[in-house]
Design a protein around this ligand. Sequence first.
Ligand SMILES: [Fe+2]
Ligand SMILES: [Fe+2]
Length: 352
Amino acid sequence: MLATRAPRLVSARQIGQMAKAAALTHAPVSTISTYRPILGAAQNLAHHSQIRHFSILVTDKIPEKDPPKTRVTKPIFPGPTYTEEELLAVVPGHRQPRCLSDRLAWRLVRGARRLVDRATGVTDVKPLTTTQYNARILFLESIAAVPGMVAAVHRHLYSLRKGKRDQGWMKTLLEEAHNERMHLLTWMNLAEPGWFMRLLFIGAQGVFFNICFFARWVSPNFFHRFVGYLEEEAIHTYTRLEKEIENGQVKGWSDPTFPIPEIAIEYWNIPKDKQTMLWLTRYIRADEAGHRGVNHTFANLDQKHDPNPFEQDTRNTSSPVPNAILRPQGFERFEVIEGVKPPKDESESTLK
Ligand SMILES: [Fe+2]
Ligand SMILES: [Fe+2]
């Protein structure tokens, strides 16, 4: 009786409230079964509103083969190569802010993270769904591909203005931008962005690009610290994804037979036994670890005079090139720039 009348007598909002109340108060089984038809309706409504909520952001996809006419060309920058040990050794890490500008950069990134968490309904309690991961990763990667390009443009213009050599900065920065774009293109095979996500992409380009351009102009050190912190957050997200895939908590992606995008296999040259979502996550996380270490290091350097320590000096090939992947805090200036002495309270160089 109640079941047949319920849809006409109770509004959708009331049904939702009743379902919520029953769940929150751990109502006895008999009470729940009395309201089972209503609860079913409420769950359906919640489910549909969730689908609507996420379909404006993303829709999950299973990667397909590229269309036959797709031209595959040599990449501008070849994909990075990693040993298995490196892929497994990346862990979340944090560089403690040491000055006001560091603190500001850290607070901005944490604030942005909280906003994204709220927008995608993420908590520390429940594993994320593929749709939640897709929404976060598409947004994160569309943002992450901007700063490297902005910084490279600044270095390019600076070199033109001053008639000075760039000393290797532009290559690393452009490589970072390209690498982030490959992350986005890889994930576009796993998720179709909805209209709201596409709006966010435009926002990232129209607003974030200009904010980045202004910030890099005002303070390059602050800018690179901000990017370093952004990368720390990316590593947190990919590490969580790695753990949840490993624990079998991500429906579809935890299955080792789930196909990974062709573009990723080609870019990272992923061997057959690692063509799973678990290893793909580790490849991308290793890239983010590189960006984290590089940007935290760049934030420690003298932007006008120091060379980029991550590019080999072709006139002195015996000079070591530091590996930023396993260095969450980046390198201090005295560790990577010849002739710079450590401050008295710093320990000996740990450059490896
Ligand atoms: Fe990325
Ligand atoms: Fe990154």
